[in-house]
Design a binder for this molecule. Structure first.
Ligand code: PMP
Length: 388
């Protein structure tokens, strides 16, 4: 039996992650140092771990409510209210998910019928386009450009809309570009979203990692708030990637629809992780602030480092990635990353892993220590000297 033939067309049509492919390549090279991984290098703050351990010790080892522990949902709502002035109700508007990843999946599956169009940024996080395909939708990419600070412009959004458009999927602060949208930037999109009755899936997982100015969300605009599904989670701000915990915030009808999928495929998010997250939201903020301070210092260090060694590098305003322009080398993104791993033992991710608009760029994570980044930059300087 040829097992390729039994696979669904949807699964056959998606490609394995371009990030993973690079890591497999890098793992074969001895002494390689990586600037590739999209996760905090910090360990989860101890008091969060403690709360989770204590929950297990006290026998809290069962399923929770499908939507998640009420206390956690209450803390999530109070956090969104306190930080971003957006009101949500713990019963009507929240589902605790298995990471932001599950949130993206259930949001898309709750909304998409075959052939529905989803407008997605290019470049964008690797899971979006495959997620759209798996839900039966059609991706309509909008190219984001460095000269526009990697923002989504109203005229580009207007152009991408057709009568089949149902969803706009955005992510600011953005993986991979580090671009952010301000309240004023979003205000220009609001009339378009309202006029065309778009549902916005807003992936705000990097909200806390905003370095200049304040984080803004489309859900802050009352006239379209009900059209916005917020995706977020604990992986980035609280350094909790391995705990697999996130959440979605949406109007009651959409929450109920997503919860139908969630209750059948997941039941409930990991219980100990939920107890840890309650502790994080209550008492974790000094740690978050400390990590953000550290990311900001690393951002400044790596951007000036790239510009010094001759790669034009945009100053990102959020997340923990830089997206340097490598076109001056004459190499494609893939060739650049392959040669860099082989010759200098530094692993980065080609911009094309995030969509074809990433050609000419590489994605570099700065969720690493300054010493680690310094060593990688030294090796890259040596590499770049060959192209002078
Ligand atoms: N969205 C974006 C933009 C991400 O970068 C990531 C993780 N790299 C996720 C969602 C998923 O995060 P998690 O499932 O760990 O919450």
């Amino acid at each position: 039996m040829n097992y390729e033939d039994v696979l669904s067309e949807r699964v056959q049509s998606i490609q394995p992650s371009g990030i993973r492919r690079f890591f497999d390549l890098a793992s074969e090279v001895e002494g390689v140092i990586s600037l590739g991984v999209g996760e905090p290098d910090f360990s989860t703050p101890w008091h969060i771990c403690d709360a989770a351990i204590y929950s297990i010790e006290s026998g809290k080892t069962h399923y929770t409510a499908n939507q998640g522990l009420f206390e956690l949902r209450k803390e999530i709502c109070s956090y969104y209210q306190r930080r971003f002035h957006i009101e949500y109700d713990p019963n009507e508007n929240v589902i605790v998910t298995v990471g932001g990843s599950e949130g993206i999946d259930i949001a898309l599956r709750a909304l998409i019928d075959p052939g529905d169009e989803v407008i997605v940024m290019n470049p964008s996080y690797v899971a979006y386009t495959p997620g759209i395909t798996l839900s039966g939708g059609v991706s309509v990419p909008i190219e984001l450009r460095q000269e526009n600070d990697f923002k989504l412009l109203p005229q580009d959004l207007e152009k991408a809309i057709s009568e089949k458009t149902k969803v706009l999927l955005i992510n600011f602060p953005c993986n991979p570009t580090g671009g952010v949208m301000s309240y004023e930037d979003y205000a220009k999109l609001v009339p378009i979203i309202k006029k065309h009755q778009l549902i916005v899936i807003s992936d705000e997982i990097y909200a806390e990692l905003t370095y200049d100015g304040t984080f803004a969300s489309l859900a802050q605009f009352d006239e379209i708030k009900d059209q916005v599904i917020v995706i977020s989670g604990f992986s980035k701000a609280f350094a909790m990637t391995g705990w697999r915990l996130g959440y979605v915030l949406a109007n009651p009808a959409l929450t109920a629809a997503m919860n139908k999928i969630h209750q059948y495929i997941i039941m409930s998010a990991p219980t100990a992780a939920q107890y840890g997250a309650i502790e994080g939201l209550k008492n974790g903020w000094p740690h978050v602030e400390e990590m953000v301070r550290s990311y900001r210092a690393r951002r400044n260090f790596i951007v000036s480092g790239f510009n010094r060694i001759g790669l034009n590098c945009y100053m990102p305003h959020g997340a923990f990635y830089v997206f340097p322009d490598i076109r001056s080398t004459g190499l494609s993104s893939e060739a650049f990353c392959e040669l860099l791993v082989k010759e200098e033992k530094v692993a980065c991710v080609p911009g094309t892993a995030f969509g074809d608009a990433g050609e000419g760029f590489i994605r570099v994570s700065y969720a690493y220590s300054i010493e680690h980044i310094r060593e990688a930059l030294n090796r890259m300087e040596h590499f770049l000297n060959k192209f002078k």
